[in-house]
Write a protein that binds this ligand. Structure first.
Ligand SMILES: C[S@@+](CC[C@H](N)C(=O)[O-])C[C@H]1O[C@@H](n2cnc3c(N)ncnc32)[C@H](O)[C@@H]1O
Length: 497
């Protein structure tokens, strides 16, 4: 049994009887079928991924997975997603490492689809890490415009940046801080996501060790923080704009009670919207809990009980701010370095055969001494709060010769017409394991030595150096190479809830 299977099987260490004796028993009267609920919580969670449509259609991704014997299944209601058995460790596969897909559990994929996103909107993701929903929002905006992704944890923000880099997201500026203190000078937003920190009861299937931490104390501790985050979201939302509040817990103290209190703080200025989620069974939000009666509109919230759709537990509330309220002026934009970098870009253009107008779709900026970042041409982050990172670090210029980063290669590599080499399956695996390998005579006839972009089945894998000695050296980053270590490995890229 590999470690992934062992982890999945560990999910069954609790039993329906234990669920009945646990703090979750307080939900017995809320659930339509307690036995099904308890039994489902004792089963491992199926894996779900979504295809990065900017790189691969979902049908082609499904074909790649089938060739690997992975049996992907469609997920009704999520046309871009595929289901996989719980034993599959998506983060250890080559297609994952090179940003063709992202792993995100089914219920967690749903909120972004309810935000009515469109290119041109200014969007804030207040509690963003590790970034699955940020990436979904970024692509729903067409990978253009301005999305701000904030988190309070530096380590988690780094994981988020890693995910955005792998997937090729260029319209995000990240910020570090308590979103409840998000500055007024940062401006207002058309859409705000508050995917709040919570007691995570709904993730028990994926994270059985949570079992030891179940208890109402968590909800009491988290409630004030959740209210502060949602309150700030209302303040920072444009008139007529929308806020999506979500958690992965069953606790009413972190769900309906939070929403009810914030609605009461903004009478006449905020309303709950109905949400429609075809193909998913949902339950209405609670309108009374432990003696407290809530406004009937709280029923517009949606609850996801695990046994209804074979998922984790989740809660969603969609709010709209009154359109008649006065709007604030646009925020001061961030001033970015105007240092000249045309030589670097034309160097890349001529080496790899990119078109002369290639960079016009991007804003290029030197944010650190290490090299250049790419942002969408219309990305306009505000001057405050200060950014942790803007866009995608794509070209390392402090090394000789300069080289595209792996995320840079994944982004521009599709448009490269020279110094591009198609690898065999064995070479692909060697490349991802950061091993040197020898090209075939046919490959040697095709591409001259030097820095090259390597591909597999037409999909870019990253950068390599073809040495005059005849071997190819992998420049695949060590921190990305968990995918190449095989299913027995415990190493994994960060995936989301
Ligand atoms: C449920 S997770 C978010 C998951 C994320 N939206 C995704 O889809 O990948 C909650 C996040 O909130 C962050 N967080 C906790 N308190 C916060 C605060 N006061 N301000 C901003 N982020 C906070 C945590 O570090 C955590 O990453």
């Amino acid at each position: 049994m590999n470690q992934r299977t062992a982890r999945a099987n560990a999910a069954s260490f609790h039993t329906p009887d234990q669920i009945a004796d646990s703090p979750l028993a307080r939900y017995r009267d809320l659930v339509d079928d307690w036995d099904a609920f308890a039994e489902t919580l004792c089963r491992p969670l199926p894996v779900a991924i979504w295809a990065n449509a900017s790189r691969i259609p979902v049908e082609e991704l499904a074909g790649l997975l089938r060739e690997q014997g992975l049996s992907p299944t469609p997920i009704p209601g999520l046309p871009n997603a595929l289901g996989l058995p719980p034993t599959v460790s998506a983060g250890q596969h080559w297609w994952y490492c090179v940003g063709l897909a992202h792993a995100q559990e089914v219920v967690s994929q749903l909120p972004v689809g309810l935000m009515d996103l469109a290119p041109g909107q200014r969007v804030l993701d207040m509690c963003a890490a590790p970034g699955g929903k940020t990436a979904q929002i970024a692509f729903a905006l067409g990978n253009r415009g301005t999305l701000l992704a904030n988190d309070i944890s530096f380590a988690r923000l780094k994981a988020l940046q890693g995910n955005l880099d792998r997937l090729g997201v260029v319209n995000v500026t990240t910020t570090l801080g308590d979103a409840a203190n998000w500055p007024t000078a940062g401006g207002q937003f058309d859409r705000i996501l508050v995917d709040a920190p919570c007691s995570s009861e709904g993730t028990l299937r994926r994270n059985p060790s949570l079992w030891r931490r179940l208890g109402t104390g968590n909800s009491e501790r988290l409630g004030p923080r959740q209210r502060a985050l949602l309150r700030k979201a209302v303040q920072r939302c444009r008139p007529g704009g929308r806020i999506l509040y979500s958690t992965c817990t069953f606790a009413p103290e972190e769900n309906e009670l939070v929403v009810a209190d914030i609605l009461a703080e903004f009478p006449g200025k905020l309303r709950l919207l109905p949400v429609s989620i075809p193909h998913f069974v949902t339950a209405p939000g609670l309108v009374d809990w432990q003696g407290r009666t809530l406004a009937p509109e709280l029923a517009l919230c949606r609850r996801f009980w695990p046994h209804h759709n074979d998922t984790g537990g989740f809660f969603i509330a969609l709010l709209e701010k009154d359109a008649g309220l006065p709007a604030e002026p646009e925020p001061e934009p961030a001033v970015m370095s105007t240092e000249e970098h045309g030589d670097w870009l034309s160097g890349l253009e001529s080496k790899y055969g990119l078109t002369p107008d290639y960079w016009s779709r991007y804003r290029v900026n030197r944010q650190t001494r290490r090299g250049l970042h790419l942002m969408a041409a219309d990305h306009r982050p505000p001057a405050v709060p200060p950014a942790e990172g803007r866009g995608l670090f794509f070209h390392r210029t402090n090394v000789r010769p300069p080289k595209p980063t792996t995320s840079g290669a994944l982004l521009i590599g599709r448009d490269v017409v020279r110094f591009r080499l198609e690898l065999s399956e064995i070479q692909r695996d060697a490349y991802l394991r950061r091993e040197t390998f020898t090209p075939t005579p046919e490959q040697a006839a095709e591409t001259p030595p030097g820095q090259i972009i390597v591909c597999y089945l037409g999909h870019v894998l990253g950068v390599a150096v073809w040495h005059p000695s005849g071997v190819i050296e992998s420049l695949f980053p060590s921190r990305w190479s968990g995918c190449a270590s095989g299913p027995e490995s415990d190493r994994q890229l960060t995936t989301d809830n």
